[in-house]
Ligand binder design. Structure first.
Ligand SMILES: *Cc1c(COP(=O)(O)O)cnc(C)c1O
Length: 376
């Protein structure tokens, strides 16, 4: 192929029912396509301020330090760990899937001493285990865990885990990438000190930003560090000068201006629907999907009591080929579902009902496509 045969790219745009990204609505795409402003243009700075306020509402927090990091969810994760973990700090990480494992790696790379408590894939983190680990490690500074474990479809009991961490005087870092706007999440009420999320899951925005929020307690720890944050780009002391309060904004990096337009629009859309309505819609459409999948004989990998509505993990039936089934869904039915990840690779499918993708019409499309493929 020669370069001259390459022209503009037009995606086929299948329906996205995997673990993210989810379908981006036309209104968000329209926002993205607005003219680019200078990144210190006063009207862009005004938009940044509004974006922070909207995000505070969606996170249910009064934290001043609430903003999007200019990079995907994984960068928000790093921002939390590199800022809060100082060399030698003991951090308990609860792992019951892939994303808890990434937290563990972040603690180690930040020079912290990681204590890992593990629970089996598909099960919840057991609060008793966290309590026992805190008893055994009274010098623990931080407890970290994933609220919605996208690799298994499990919801961890964030409120209870944070309450235990607080009994022992610890800060809490919680991954809310898949939970934000999909299931109830209360940053302040649950005493979450630092959290990172993503735009491309239940907010249905384009990928590439990571909403984060930090409590005053977390800020105190960052301000009183004895060593500088090892990452220049993710050092919150520096980022604050750009996203911070007050009129004077100092150049730190060039914000992804158009992505911030899209993010702002997605937050406006969620709040126009209403946060609780959004949570309820995810639950209702999940129940509808559950009926459809169970009528096909598919079984969920996760107990109903702590199953995520926005991420449905089902076992692949015996005799059915994983990759070719997903390829057929994509090629013949314009539908993307997710493969299993980590321990669940080849064994389970991950069917996402996130944000704009979370509709009964999409469930109908998915169940009828699976019916046709599985009956062949
Ligand atoms: C998707 C996801 C991430 C990573 O987000 P990226 O935007 O892909 O970097 C982290 N944690 C969880 C629970 C996720 O589902």
């Amino acid at each position: 192929m020669t370069i001259s045969t390459i022209s503009s790219f037009t995606p086929k745009a299948p329906t996205l029912m995997g673990p993210g990204p989810s379908d981006v609505s036309q209104r968000v795409l329209n926002a993205l396509a607005q003219p680019t402003l200078g990144h210190l243009d006063p009207s862009f700075v005004g938009l940044m301020d509004e974006t922070k306020q909207l995000l505070q509402e969606v996170f249910q927090t009064n934290n001043q330090m609430t903003m999007p990091i200019s990079a995907p969810g994984s960068a928000g994760m790093e921002a939390c760990f590199v800022n809060l973990v100082e060399p030698g700090d003991k951090v308990i990480v609860c792992q019951n899937g892939v994303f808890g494992g990434r937290m563990y790696q972040n603690v180690i790379r930040s020079g912290g001493e990681a204590v890992l408590i593990e629970d089996p894939w598909g099960e919840q983190t057991k609060p008793e285990k966290l309590k026992a680990a805190l008893e055994a490690n009274p010098d623990t500074k931080i407890v970290a865990f994933v609220h919605a474990e996208t690799s298994t479809g499990v919801e961890n009991d964030a409120k209870t885990l944070c309450a235990i961490a607080k009994e022992y005087g610890c800060l809490t870092i919680v991954d809310t990438v898949t939970s934000l706007a999909g299931i109830p999440l209360y940053i302040d009420d649950w005493q979450i000190d630092a959290s990172y999320s993503g735009t491309q899951k239940c907010l249905s925005c384009v990928p590439g930003l990571s909403p984060v929020t930090f409590s005053d307690l977390a800020l105190e720890k960052i301000k009183s560090r004895k060593t500088p944050v090892q990452s220049w780009f993710l050092d919150l002391n520096l980022i604050l000068g750009y996203w911070g309060q007050g009129k004077a904004r100092a150049y730190h990096h060039t914000a992804p201006v158009n992505s911030v337009y899209a993010f702002h629009e997605s937050l406006v859309a969620v709040l126009q629907e209403g946060l609780e309505n959004s949570w309820n819609r995810h639950r209702e459409v999940h129940n509808y999907l559950k009926q459809g999948l169970e009528s096909l004989g598919l079984e969920f990998a996760v107990d109903e009591a702590y199953r995520l509505p926005q991420l449905n993990v089902v076992w692949i039936p015996k005799g059915i080929d994983d990759a070719s089934t997903r390829a057929k869904l994509l090629n013949e039915f314009d539908l993307e579902i997710g493969a299993g990840l980590g321990e669940f690779a080849g064994k389970a499918w991950r069917i996402g009902l996130m944000g704009s993708s979370c509709t009964k019409a999409n469930v109908d499309k998915c169940v009828s496509a699976l019916t046709k493929i599985l009956s062949n």
